[in-house]
Each structure stands twice: as structure tokens, then as C-alpha cells.
Write a protein of this length. Structure first.
Length: 500
């Protein structure tokens, strides 16, 4: 067991996770009389609001990410910050230690947990293999590969009926990520690829956005939600609201609507499904609950005190998407804090400030979230904005002006001048040419060089894809350990599926 305390004379602060909250906490503490250890499972910080741009080949990965050590190089140079790459698997609150993969113990005097969130499939984790979510660079690469491969498979398919599912893209969930993804996929089909295939016309591709709630962008004002839907449809996307997904497999998606007071099931043949419907807190929340007895909400987030600490453990703070926190901007009327990057940044700074106050013997402060508004882009020259502007107040706008504002805000908040410059140049190029330069992905065979091929036949168009559906058992057996992105046309419209 090692404490990893470089200077035992100073209090040791451990920060788990180097997303928006973790980065801000580390920077805020770097000049304080403490030793800091930052632990992250990757070597990079990721600007998640633009991750869908990597998934849709609009930006390369380095444009929206940066090495943690480079981002914190000035703080490291001050001599009190250590960065460790590894995964925290458990928290020993009694011993004031976190446990890393491999069993290494890192002890702390103060702990900030900023481990973020992952995908939630609402109890249907088996859907993950067919409908990847978008939280990491790995997710973005998977989606990019599946989207571009679908067009390639369609070009090879001679049967129009078998080709159609390859040219159908379903996006589940109409929050900002789903809306942005659907709009961008429609643009790719309508403009980027429109002159690059001989056998198919990419403009005939279908992009279907499926949402269980009555409208898209449910957290936005209703008028902006309606404008967003209209802009999506103008780009060529289909929007299905009040549609509940009931099953997903390699051949399509089944959803349910209510018509005339009765539930009606529909089947959409689609080889590419992207999940944006649910978010769950990092599994580290459960580890923290086990260690401290703290309460978790329905999404697995840690219910924290007003100052962001864990009840009964003032030395542990939770920030970002892992925290179920409230803002005390009005002390008499606390409001829930949304899971967005500005909130994570503000929480990271507040957790750091409270540690400094505690070291000075001062009382900690309740967290106050300053909401500057919400933005969502739909496509080129199409976006919606609900923002708070200095001296003006809260305003709502959409279309070109909202899109330009969205561009400015996201470039401004990117970390590093190089990233800002690269993103600006890439977006300018895409605007004038409608091209996406990052349309490359690894050879699927190189990813799984020892995979064997199993051929399965899709169910008839319109058939249920439940457990009793034709071919369903074969699909689930064949894809048990496979990435459905490797599915290729087989004999008689079947599929060649790589399986381990």
C-alpha cells in the first residue's frame, strides 16, 4: 500500500476524473498549500459538447481533446500536482483512500469525485451492442465507422429491399445530442456524400429521430422545441415523438405509439442505430454509496449537501454529472443543477474553494449555479438558443443567428488556442465546401483479425424483433460478442457477422 503523498506536510487532495469538473478543481487548487493528485482512466481531457462532430466526421479527435499532462503543465511545473492514469475501482472512506486498478491505494485528506456519467439503456443493456451511445472518443469512432460503413454496404447491395435498411439511420432520444446527431446525419446524406457514389443516391437515405416524449428538446421552451423540429424536417430528417422504443437488434428497431387510445407496434428496418436517450452516473457512485452510506437518485447520482459534500463526510465532494446537486442562488428556493458542462465547471471550482476555506478554518459555502442558457445546433445555419445576455436579459432565438452564436460559444470554450484554430478552420472549410475531412476509420478486419464469419438472415420486413421473431435467436447468438458494425450482406440478403 502506498499513500502517493509527495509532500506529507501538506494536505493531500485527490481528484478522480479529469473532465470539466476535475480540470477546474485542479486549476483552482494549484496555488493553494496542498498536494494534488489527479487520477483519470484516460490520458486526455475531452470537450464532450463537440463529440458528435467527431462521430460524424466533421472534426478529428485531437481537435476536441488534449493530453491531460499538457493541459495541466503549468500546474505540474509548480511542483504540487501529480497526474496518474488509471481507473479508481473502489473508495475506502474509513481509511481515506481510493483503490486503483491493480490494487494500488492512494490516500487523501480531501477527495473530489468527478467521474462523470455513462449511457443508460433503462435496464436493457443488451441494446448497447446494436445502439452505441456517445460519451467517449471510442464511442465516436464506433459510430463514425458504422455510419460510413452503412453507405459502403449499401453501394455493394444489389437488392433494393436489402439496401434500404443500410440507408436508414435511427437516432433514439431527442435531447441536444440526439437532435445534433440527427441533423448532422441528414446533412451528410443530403450534401456531403451526394456526388460520391455511383450505385446509390445518398440523398435517399432516411434519418429517423425517435423520442418517447411529446416533443424534441424537452428542456427548452416549447416554441424553441417546435422551431428545432421544423429545422430538422427541413434538413430531411424524420421526427417521431411519443414513440417508445421496445426492442433493438442488428436489423432494426421496434417502437410503440398510441393510436386511438390503443398501443400500436412499429418496426423500422435500420442497420445503424445511435442511442442518445438516457444517461446514468458513473459506477463509482455505487462504490461511494457502499463506502459512505450516501443516497443515490434514480440515475445513480450521489445526493450531496448544499456545499457539494457527501453527507457525513465533509472531506469528500462530488461534482459534475455524478452529483445530484441543487443550486442555492436563491437560498429559499433551491433548484436542481442540470448535467451540463458549465455546471460541472462551476461545481469543480466551488469544491476547490470550499477545501481552501476549510483549510483556513472558514465555513464552506453552498453551491450557486449561474445558468447562462442552453444551445443546440441542428445543422448548417440551423440552431436554437435560450440564453442570458449581460444588460439584455434572457432571450430566445433560432436559425442562422443562433447557429453563429453556437459556433462562437463552442470555439471560445475549447481548451487551447490550437484546438480553437483547428476547429475554426475545419468548420469554415465545411461551411463553404459541405465536406467532412475526417471520414476515415480503421479497417474492421484489423480490429478483429481472428474473427470468424457467421451468416444470419434478417427477419422479414415488418416482423416483430422480439424473442419469438424469425431469426431472433440466431441474431443474438451470433452477435453475442461481436460489433454489429462488422455486419455485411450475406447470401439472399442475410448478414455476415464477425463473432468471436
Amino acid at each position: 500500500m502506498s499513500s502517493n503523498r509527495t509532500n506529507p506536510r501538506k494536505p493531500h487532495v485527490v481528484i478522480v476524473g479529469c473532465g470539466f469538473g476535475g480540470i477546474e478543481a485542479a486549476k483552482a487548487l494549484s496555488r493553494a498549500p496542498v498536494e494534488i493528485t489527479v487520477i483519470d482512466r484516460t490520458n486526455h481531457h475531452l470537450f464532450q459538447p463537440l463529440l458528435y462532430q467527431v462521430a460524424t466526421a466533421g472534426l478529428s479527435a485531437p481537435a476536441i481533446s488534449g493530453p491531460i499532462r499538457h493541459i495541466l503543465r503549468d500546474e505540474i511545473a509548480r511542483g504540487n500536482l501529480t497526474v496518474l492514469m488509471g481507473e479508481v475501482t473502489a473508495i475506502d472512506a474509513a481509511a481515506n483512500c481510493v483503490v486503483m486498478d491493480g490494487g494500488e491505494h492512494v490516500c487523501y485528506d480531501h477527495l473530489i469525485v468527478a467521474a462523470g456519467a455513462t449511457h443508460s439503456y433503462f435496464g436493457r443493456d443488451d441494446w448497447a451492442r446494436y445502439a452505441p451511445g456517445l460519451k467517449t472518443l471510442g464511442d465516436a469512432f464506433t459510430i463514425r465507422r458504422r455510419v460510413l460503413t452503412a453507405f459502403e454496404r449499401a453501394e455493394r447491395e444489389s437488392d433494393p429491399a436489402a439496401r434500404e435498411p443500410w440507408l436508414t439511420f435511427a437516432v433514439v432520444g431527442a435531447g441536444p445530442t440526439g437532435v445534433e446527431m440527427a441533423g448532422t446525419l441528414a446533412e451528410i446524406a443530403q450534401t456531403t456524400l451526394s456526388a460520391e457514389f455511383r450505385r446509390i443516391d445518398s440523398r435517399h437515405a432516411r434519418v429517423v429521430l425517435i423520442e418517447g416524449a411529446p416533443r424534441v428538446l424537452g428542456t427548452f421552451p416549447e416554441d424553441l422545441s417546435q422551431r428545432a423540429r421544423k429545422q430538422l424536417e427541413e434538413l430531411g430528417a424524420e421526427v417521431l415523438t411519443s414513440a417508445k422504443v421496445t426492442d433493438i437488434n442488428a436489423f432494426g428497431i421496434q417502437y410503440e405509439t398510441v393510436e386511438g387510445g390503443q398501443p400500436v407496434r412499429h418496426f423500422l428496418p435500420a442497420r445503424t442505430v445511435i442511442w442518445g436517450a438516457g444517461v446514468a452516473a458513473s459506477p463509482l457512485g455505487r462504490a461511494l454509496a457502499k463506502a459512505t452510506g450516501c443516497t443515490l437518485d434514480r440515475a445513480g447520482r450521489v445526493v450531496v449537501e448544499p456545499d457539494l459534500t457527501v453527507p457525513g463526510h465533509a472531506e469528500i465532494a462530488v461534482v459534475g454529472d455524478l452529483a445530484s446537486a441543487k443550486s442555492f442562488l436563491r437560498a429559499d428556493k433551491p433548484t436542481p443543477v442540470p448535467g451540463v458542462s458549465p455546471a460541472a465547471k462551476q461545481m469543480g471550482r466551488k469544491a476547490a474553494l470550499n477545501i481552501i476555506r476549510r483549510l483556513k478554518g472558514q465555513p464552506t459555502q453552498a453551491f450557486r449555479y449561474y445558468d447562462y442558457g442552453s444551445l443546440a445546433t441542428i445543422g448548417k445555419r440551423a440552431a436554437v438558443a435560450d440564453v442570458e445576455l449581460p444588460l439584455i436579459g434572457r432571450i430566445k432565438f433560432s436559425g442562422l443567428s443562433a447557429w453563429l452564436f453556437w459556433l462562437f460559444v463552442h470555439i471560445y470554450f475549447l481548451i487551447g488556442f490550437r484546438n480553437r484554430l483547428v476547429v475554426f478552420m475545419d468548420w469554415a472549410w465545411a461551411y463553404f465546401t459541405s465536406q467532412r475531412h475526417a471520414r476515415v476509420f480503421p479497417d474492421p478486419h484489423a480490429l478483429e483479425p481472428h474473427a470468424m464469419v457467421v451468416r444470419v438472415t434478417p427477419p422479414p420486413v415488418g416482423a416483430s424483433i422480439g424473442a419469438a421473431a424469425p431469426g431472433s435467436a440466431a441474431v443474438h447468438a451470433a452477435l453475442g460478442a461481436a460489433d454489429s458494425a462488422t455486419a455485411a450482406p450475406g447470401p439472399a440478403g442475410g448478414a455476415a457477422v464477425a463473432a468471436s
